[in-house]
Structure formats: C-alpha cells, structure tokens
Design a protein around this ligand. Structure first.
Ligand code: PMT
Length: 695
C-alpha cells in the first residue's frame, strides 16, 4: 500500500493497449491510490467504461456533462484534485492534441488544467511512433515538463515488431512509486549544475563554441533530482529536455551569462557540479553586422572570460561543496589535480578525449573521480551511470560534511555497544574477574573516541560483543570466542539490518580485575584492546560504507593497520594465511581492490535498497537484486575470499524475506543461482527464494 492516499487521474485513449488500463487501475488501487478514470470516446471501443469503473470504484468520466444528471464534469476540479495524471495508453492523436492544446475532449481539457505532474505512456505502431511528427510532439510534451515513459519494443498489434508497445502496467506503477518516493539521499539539498557549451558571439551569424551536447550535465541534474534534490540547471545552448519537475532550468548562451546565473544561484545552494564546457575566451568586440570577407587573413582579438569554477571556489562557505570537471587530452591526472587545487574544488571528474567513447556528445563516458584523498577510476559507462557514480560521491561527501559540522557539545560516542560474557563453559570458577571485565569492556568500547566526529546519541551504531569464555586461569589468562555483530536501522521502519556479524575463535588475553583497558594505535601491547579496536573501526567503517559509497575508507584502513601491526602480537587470528577466515583475512579481503563491488554494494544495498523498500518495495528490491550481481562480481574477482561468503551468512534471513512473494521468476532464479554459487552450504535457504510464490 505504498501509494496510500495518492489521487491519480488515469487518462485512457483509443488504442489496442487500452486493455492494459484495467490492470493499471487494479495495481494502483492495490497500492492504496484513488483512481479517477477519464477516457476518450474512442477508448470505449477498446475497453468498456464498466470494467474501469468497477475496478476503480468510481464512475468513469468521458463527457463534459454527465448524460444521466446533466451535471458538469469539471476538468478544473480534477486538475486541482490529482497528485498525478497518467495517460496510458496515449495515442499519437491524443499526444498531438496535448502538444498543441486541441481541447476537444474531457481528457485533453483535464490535461490542460492539470496542476500535478503528468506521465505519458505512448502506445502505437512502430512507424507512427518513429514519425517526426510524433517525436516532435513528444519533445513538446517533455518541454512542458511531462514525463514520457518510452514504449517498449516487441510484437505490436499490427504483427510488426518494433518500438511502440505501451510499457507494462507494473513498470508504470513502479516508476510512479519511484517518482513519489524515490531514493531520497539528497532530499532537502539544493544543487546547482552547469551543462553544455557556451557560445561566444563574433557577429550575428558566427560564434566560438565547442562540441558539448549537455548530455553529461543533464544526466547529473536528472540523477540529483531523482534523489530528491532541488536542482538549478544552468544550461548553455543544447537541444535536450528536462523532464523532471524538480529541475529549474536557466538557459544561457555565453560564458558571461552562465557566470552571472551560476553566481546568483550558488549563494543558496549546498553544492554545485560544473560540467559545462565554458569558453575561456570571447571576442573582444562583437560586431552588430555580419563581418564581410575583405582579405585573405583575419584576426579576432579575444579577451578572457571569467572562470566560473574559480569564482564559486572563492565564494564557497563551510558546508558547501564544489565539484568540477576536467576535460583533458594529455597529462590528464596531473592537470586535473592542478584544477582541483586552483579552483578550490572538493572533487573533480576527469574525462579524457584520449579515451574512446569518452567526452563530448557521445552517450558514454569514462571518468576518474579525484579528491584530496585519492582517485577512483571507472570503466566506460553510459552517461546516466556515470552520473550515478558522481552523485554517489557527492552525497557521500555531503554526509561527511554534515558529520564534521555537527555541534561539538555531544557526550555520546560512536558505538552503542552491549557486552555480554558467557561463562557457562567454565562453571565453578570465581566470577569476580568476569563481572569487572564486562563493565570495563562496556565502558572502554562506548566511551572511547574512535573517530574525530561527535555522534549524537541517536546516531550511535548499535553493536553487540559477546565473549564466550572457553578457559580461564587464576593468573588472569583467558581464551575466548567473540561473537561480534552490528546492525543499522532501516530508515522509516523499526527494522534493523545486519551490517556485520562474525565469530572469532581462540582469542587469548590477560586480565586481572581493575586492570585499566588502554589502547594505543602505535603500540599494540594488549591483545584484548587491539581486538576490540579492530572490530570497532571495522563496524564504524562498514556503517559509513553503508551511508556513502566507499565512505568508511578512513576507519577501515585503521582496522587494517591494526591487523597488520598486530601480527607481531603472536596471537591467533592476526596472521595472514593462518586460516582463510581469521580477522586479518576478513579486513584484508574487504579492502582488497578486487572486492570493490562488495564495498560499493554496502551503500546501494542499505541506502538505495533497504531504506527505500518500505515505501517502494519493487524499486528497493530491484536495487538489492543489482547488489547480488555486484556480490557475484566480487566473488568472481576473488573466489577464495571469505568476506563474500560471510556477507551471505549474515544477510541470509533478510534475503529470503526480501524475495518471499516479491520479484519475478527470472529475478529469483538468478539471485538463487548466485547465492548458491557463493555459499552452497546455505542452499536450503536460497532454494526458498526460488520456490517462493510468484506475483
Ligand atoms: O556535454 P557533453 O557532450 O555530454 O560532454 C561532456 C563534457 C565533456 C563537456 C564534460 O564531461 C566535461 O568534461 N566538462 C568540462 C569541460 C571543460 O571545460 O573542462 P575544463 O578542463 O576546460 O574546465 C575545468 C572546470 O572549470 C570545469 O568544471 C569547467 O566547467 C570549469 N570552467 C572552465 C572555464 C571557465 N571559464 N569557467 C569554468 O567554470
């Protein structure tokens, strides 16, 4: 019931695909939406009003006046009432009427009165769809801010095969849910984006420009808007549409105009991404008349344009982020770093024209994201996917900023740990040492300052350390098994998801009641505090990985350093190669470059998957399915690494629940196969995924 309370006007037009409107109504009603169907006369030839009114529970409207009561069916009221209007199927004829305002039926008048976002799902024959007239009308609708759901390819009513099939109702509902409740990582943030080229006028017919199409910047604007941001897009001369309603577009032509618009907007923004290809120079004189050919050679004197990025860099306040692009042809990384520094950017996205498929005009790009901490290179991807990577890096940095800017007066620290000491294996022993040890450990974990950040009480990470004492002697030497686990809340629910769970056997240490537990990173003398510090950093790092892509690197590196240094302590669990699943191997695996897909999935799985599932079950689950693909990639990169298997162990129950009764047959099959390959010992659970009933 994720669309509970949402009011939807569904416009149905005369297409063979009108039968799909019945399923669409049913799915919307099932999700809790109130659906008012408005249909054209022609649509009634394909599906009866009775079917749609029965399914929606409301009379279907199609005439300006009710034929029974004579009352006026107010399209104006409908326009004010609705939270969204969907026109599905939308024929070429209705699309044309919408584009040119031909208000000769109730559906089009309702559309023209609509205050809410409009979603259009075209359905027609492939030639009609491809016709320039239809394409031009769709572009006009896009320019009005309408959202077009591209038709799918497949067999059409004409028995021809091609693009023109109306998108399946379940996908339309899932897009609507995304629209209403999509990933909200950037909710409340204002983001400025520059995109496209600038044109520097020489005379009324000529300009200095470049090949930028705006595709990269528009994809970033779209991604930011999808993640809930309010976007101001300052666009140079491009022929692209901005369908998302949260994007405010300012069209400019020259670098000076782009400069003025960007400076004005940046003041109230949380971040700016400058992807425009701005001309560095403009003609010193712009002629009012066309310059005539008078001699063989001609010189144009140029003067420098302002550097918009550098200007915003000088204006940047605490709490604001500035992201630049660098388009290079040679010495790429070195030049990009210089720009990062000189323009006071927080990170820079490098693309090089030396890479095939990267840069201007194409639909793909290959980038390296460089910040003060280092550089991450990505393979060639669609500009949409590159935009996702850039925005993920941006939201991670915004999150970090937030943590840094938190007030310093807080008492609480990072971990909210409970400690348990289980002594059932050594009954009959004097328990005084254990009681004191439990209190000392609780205090040590919870009050130690593991990071330089100050956590609010509500931000502390829930974790649990259970020591099962295997042996103890009066001289204070212990042998223990430690069960450590950490969870994170799923946003908007009371449910917590396991972030890390591990059983560490054979830990040896000495403790006499009232010994002080101390920890020194440079001098690991005490095995007990070294082990606790190791897991504390691991938990904090994994929590941050789940909050921003690869966000926990600093703390995970600390955990890895402890594991490296502690090899000298001579205790089991720290030594490389002593077993494939000791704590040294666990962190070493996790931080190994080959495991990057696993680290990246931590963010996607938790923030984009689980955190959105409660309001968008399908969308969230699809992200989780993508993550299982990433897990497979990590597994294939290093099949012997224990960490991928460990992940499947502590996510086992959650994954079974996620796919029970949800997801398509192929999706469940693929997920089951991957999980079984990674961890065949849990195949009983994975089979439950495959065998759960299908929707
Ligand atoms: O638009 P597309 O066809 O999709 O192509 C995308 C792209 C190649 C244009 C894009 O990916 C890109 O690289 N944009 C930046 C191009 C550029 O001008 O790079 P630069 O290295 O010259 O500039 C460095 C940074 O300073 C950029 O963020 C640029 O926006 C900014 N700048 C440059 C000059 C200037 N006068 N003012 C600026 O703000």
């Amino acid at each position: 019931m994720q669309m509970q309370g949402k009011k939807i006007v569904l416009g149905v037009t005369g297409s063979i695909a009108a039968y799909k409107a019945a399923l669409l109504v049913r799915l919307l009603v099932k999700e809790g939406a109130t659906v008012q169907v408005v249909m054209t006369e022609c649509a009634k030839e394909f599906i009866t009003p009775l079917t749609l009114s029965t399914l929606s529970g409301r009379p279907v409207l199609s005439e300006f006046f009710s034929s029974s009561s004579g009352a006026w069916n107010s399209h104006v009221d409908l326009g004010l009432w609705a939270d969204a209007m969907i026109i599905a199927p939308a024929t070429a004829s209705t699309i044309g009427k919408m584009a040119s305002g031909v208000a000769d039926n109730l559906l089009v008048t309702t559309y023209l009165s609509m205050k809410a976002p409009v979603v259009v799902a075209p359905a027609m024959d492939l030639d009609m769809y491809a016709h320039p007239s239809t394409q031009r009308n769709l572009d006009v609708l896009r320019s009005y801010g309408n959202h077009i759901i591209e038709p799918a390819s497949g067999e059409l009513a004409s028995h021809l095969s091609g693009k023109g099939r109306m998108e399946e109702p379940c996908n339309i509902v899932s897009m609507l849910k995304d629209f209403f409740f999509g990933n909200s990582a950037l909710k409340g943030k204002k983001i400025l984006i520059t995109a496209g080229p600038t044109y520097e006028k020489i005379d009324p017919v000529r300009f200095i420009g470049n090949y930028s199409s705006g595709k990269m910047g528009f994809a970033i604007a779209d991604e930011c808007a999808k993640q809930g941001a309010d976007v101001t897009l300052v666009a140079g001369p491009v022929s692209l549409a901005t369908p998302h309603p949260s994007i405010k577009r300012i069209d400019v032509e020259s670098a000076l105009q782009m400069h003025d618009a960007a400076v004005e907007a940046f003041e109230s923004c949380d971040a700016a991404v400058l992807s425009a290809a701005v001309a560095d120079y403009r003609p010193a004189v712009q002629c009012d008349r066309k310059i005539k050919r008078t001699s063989e050679n001609m010189n144009i004197e140029l003067e420098a344009n302002p550097d918009i990025a550098a200007r915003l860099g000088s204006m940047k306040r605490d709490g604001q982020l500035l992201v630049g692009f660098a388009l290079e042809t040679n010495d790429a990384e070195q030049n990009a770093r210089l720009k990062l520094e000189k323009k006071n950017l927080d990170f820079i996205v490098l693309n090089s024209l030396a890479d095939k498929g990267a840069g201007f005009a194409v639909d793909t790009n290959k980038v390296t994201i460089i910040d003060k901490e280092g550089a991450s290179s990505y393979p060639l991807k669609s500009k949409k996917d590159v935009a996702r990577d850039v925005v993920a890096h941006l939201s991670k940095m915004l999150l970090m900023l937030l943590l840094i800017l938190l007030p310093c007066s807080v008492q609480a620290q990072e971990l909210n740990a409970t400690v348990a000491l289980n002594t059932t294996k050594i009954q009959g022993t004097n328990t005084e040492a254990f009681t004191v040890l439990k209190d000392a450990l609780t205090e040590f974990i919870n009050n130690h300052k593991w990071t330089e950040y100050d956590y609010e009480e509500y931000e502390r990470i829930a974790c649990n350390f259970t020591f099962i004492v295997d042996s103890y002697s009066d001289d204070g030497s212990f042998t223990c098994t430690l069960m450590v686990q950490a969870t994170r809340p799923v946003f908007g629910t009371t449910y917590s998801s396991m972030l890390f769970k591990y059983e560490d056997r054979g830990i040896k240490f000495s403790y006499q009641p009232y010994d002080r537990l101390e920890f020194n990173e440079d001098n690991l003398e005490n095995n007990l505090t070294a082990v606790i510090a190791f897991y504390s950093y691991m938990i904090i790092g994994m929590d941050m990985d789940s909050m921003g892509e690869l966000g926990g690197a600093d703390f995970l590196n600390k955990a890895q350093n402890i594991a490296n240094n502690a090899q000298n302590l001579g205790d089991s669990g720290w030594r490389a190669g002593s077993s494939d699943n000791n704590r040294y191997a666990v962190i070493d695996d996790y931080m190994n470059g080959a495991m990057e897909p696993l680290r990246r999935l931590m963010y996607r799985y938790h923030r984009l998957g689980l955190d959105t599932m409660f309001k968008n079950a399908d969308g969230g689950r699809k992200v989780i399915t993508e993550c299982i693909g990433m897990l497979k990639e990590a597994y294939e990169n290093r099949p012997l690494a224990y960490i991928t298997k460990l992940f499947t162990e502590y996510k086992q129950e959650e994954l079974v629940n996620i796919y029970s009764n949800e997801g398509g047959e192929d999706e469940k099959k693929a997920v089951t196969e991957i999980l079984t390959e990674i961890n065949p010992s849990l195949s009983d659970s994975w089979n439950k995924i495959q065998n759960s009933s299908f929707r």
